[in-house]
Write a protein that binds this ligand. Structure first.
Ligand code: MBD
Ligand code: FE
Length: 307
């Protein structure tokens, strides 16, 4: 058994005293801290050799399955980073605007772009699930409209799957970029998403099972919203009525981000949309906060697939 001081000394001996070439001091700081905390956890919990190797093998498998982003969502790491960002904003005196919530692991760059209106679905599910119209404005926190704001939207299909990751879907199905029109509005015609569930045989669900947890998300739609001079917003709305709304395995549902899908059955409104059956409608307005030189950055450098 080693005490904390001995562990501290050992870790320093291994990764600090041995340095010869250029040192990235930030990486050194993080590696020293994380190995120290790991050694300490091995002491405190008496983690066995087998347990240690199983843990490393787990990360190998999770990485090969490209599930580390999913694991970060499921273990609440991503939500925790949101809470920290909220705290940093509060300290900087930033209030108002649409709340942030996690990006999740399934964004893809390069989606088709249009102005004002976009049709997101490829039509293959039109008979299976209701059509959904999502409409909203992008404004500042004073309610002034923001023209030409970039609204990136992505969501799952009727099986809870996302295009690109689900190779059975067409390219960029349910992924679009729409710029707000001269009145600050955007309209997206799509199909009702169904909540995502972690692959049942996957590495993330494996660990969730050990914790007695499910791996389900409520039905939701993701957004990145940006405009010059404003802070970039990463958010989602989660849809009222889903059994997982407040039991999300990724903890993304937040007050202010719950949307109601209203049934529209009025014949004139159906005809006005060029449809022949009832559809669902969600209003999701976005408020962006002005950027200043004192605001904490909302840019996150994160690897994305460019499909
Ligand atoms: C998702 O669709 C999602 O949004 C998150 C956070 C994790 C897994 C799948
Ligand atoms: Fe999602």
């Amino acid at each position: 058994m080693m005490n904390t001081q001995e562990i501290e000394k050992l870790v320093k001996k291994i990764n600090v005293d041995t340095a010869q070439g250029d040192v990235d001091l930030r990486i050194q700081q993080i590696v020293v801290r994380l190995t120290r905390d790991l050694f300490q956890a091995i002491e405190d919990l008496n983690i066995s050799q087998t347990e240690l190797w199983k843990g490393l093998e787990y990360f190998t498998d999770a990485g090969q399955a490209n599930e580390l982003g999913l694991l970060a969502a499921g273990l609440g790491l991503e939500h925790y980073l949101d809470l920290r960002a909220d705290e940093a904003d509060a300290k900087a005196g930033i209030t108002g605007g649409t709340p942030r919530t996690i990006e999740g692991p399934l964004y893809v760059t390069g989606a088709p772009e249009s102005v004002g209106f976009t049709r997101m679905d490829d039509g293959t599910e039109s008979d299976k699930v209701p059509t959904l119209f999502i409409e909203g404005t992008v404004t500042d926190t004073q309610g002034n409209i923001i023209k030409n704001a970039k609204v990136e939207i992505w969501h799952a299909n009727s099986l809870g799957n996302y295009s690109f990751f689900d190779k059975s879907q067409s390219n960029f199905n349910l992924r679009r970029t729409v710029l707000t029109d001269t009145t600050g509005q955007y309209v997206a015609q799509t199909t009702m998403p169904v909540g995502y569930g972690c692959p049942p045989q996957g590495t993330t669900q494996f660990v969730l099972n050990k914790l007695g947890r499910h791996g389900n998300r409520p039905s939701h739609v993701h957004y990145f919203v940006s405009a010059p001079g404003y802070r970039k917003l990463t958010t989602q709305f989660n849809i009222e009525g889903d059994q997982y709304l407040w039991d999300d395995f990724a903890f993304a549902t937040r007050e202010g981000l719950v949307a109601t899908a209203k049934d529209v059955t009025n014949e004139a409104e159906i005809a006005h949309r060029g449809l022949d059956k009832a559809f669902k409608h969600i209003q999701f307005n976005v408020e962006l906060v002005k950027d200043t030189e004192f605001s904490p950055s909302t840019e996150v450098d994160r690897r994305h697939v460019n499909a």
